[in-house]
Design a protein around this ligand. Sequence first.
Ligand code: MN
Ligand code: MN
Length: 310
Amino acid sequence: MSKVLVFGHQNPDTDTIGSAIALDYLLNELSHESEAVALGKPNDETAYALDYFRLDVPRVIETAADEVSEVVLVDHNEAQQSVSDIEEVKVKAVVDHHRIANFKTSDPLYYRAEPLGCTATILLKLFKEHEVTVPSDIAGILLSAIVSDTLLLKSPTCTPEDVRAAEELAEIAGVSLDEYGLNMLKAGADISEKTAKEILNDDAKTFDMGSETVRIGQVNVVDTSDVMLRKEDILEEMREETREHDYGLYVLLVTDILESNSVAIVDGPGYRQFEIAFSKPLQLNTVDLEGVVSRKKQVVPPLNDVFSKR
Ligand code: MN
Ligand code: MN
């Protein structure tokens, strides 16, 4: 078998990078030639985790067909979140925990999707199924991924399996789950040095909903007012990007990692659709979303329902 590239989505998060590193390790243990790469530089949180467990930062790529003919996707499947030339390569395998949309292949493939809180939890299962021991640095980055995706096991996406996996991985990695987890989340929550564009785009994803393209960013903070003080700059940047890419709606979810609440900043032609989806009026482009921390489970589905009915 020729070499495969293993990677997650654009604007990589800790699960996308951690799961790619772990799956690459597993593939190598199973005698496949592979390399973990990323579709962007690690964010501050992921950089903290990689540094803590002394793992290399994956090489950044934008296209794949110029170097390989086969790829393995982790933590995503939607084409618009992947390499720009995804149609030109063969997707050999997918390991993911998202909705399946905009995804088709011409050949049969290995597809592992489970409705768990994190791709890393599926990775731990794959190691066990293949009877491969998880080394401590890989356990550390998989743990980091679970902490990141589940906001320290508090997100509604978090399942009992994710909790058990996190506890087991913390043990192997030799860290305290709560102490390490909070330090890692805090490392990613400092936005003081970030531009409005970075705040919007560092963790943004694009979704096809009905006939519209919806952009949803998310930023984790320990105090939402840090972001709210910069609302006008953020709205201006949203409007520019909306014009450029013809988005039907732009949402930034500002998530308080200590309180497990979010405030949404919203703009674009689908402003009213957002109000319908959440049965709440926006006030000057913002609304409190109590208990909302998961874009995937609490924001995408209600928006998708409203946009699909238009
Ligand atoms: Mn992800
Ligand atoms: Mn994930």
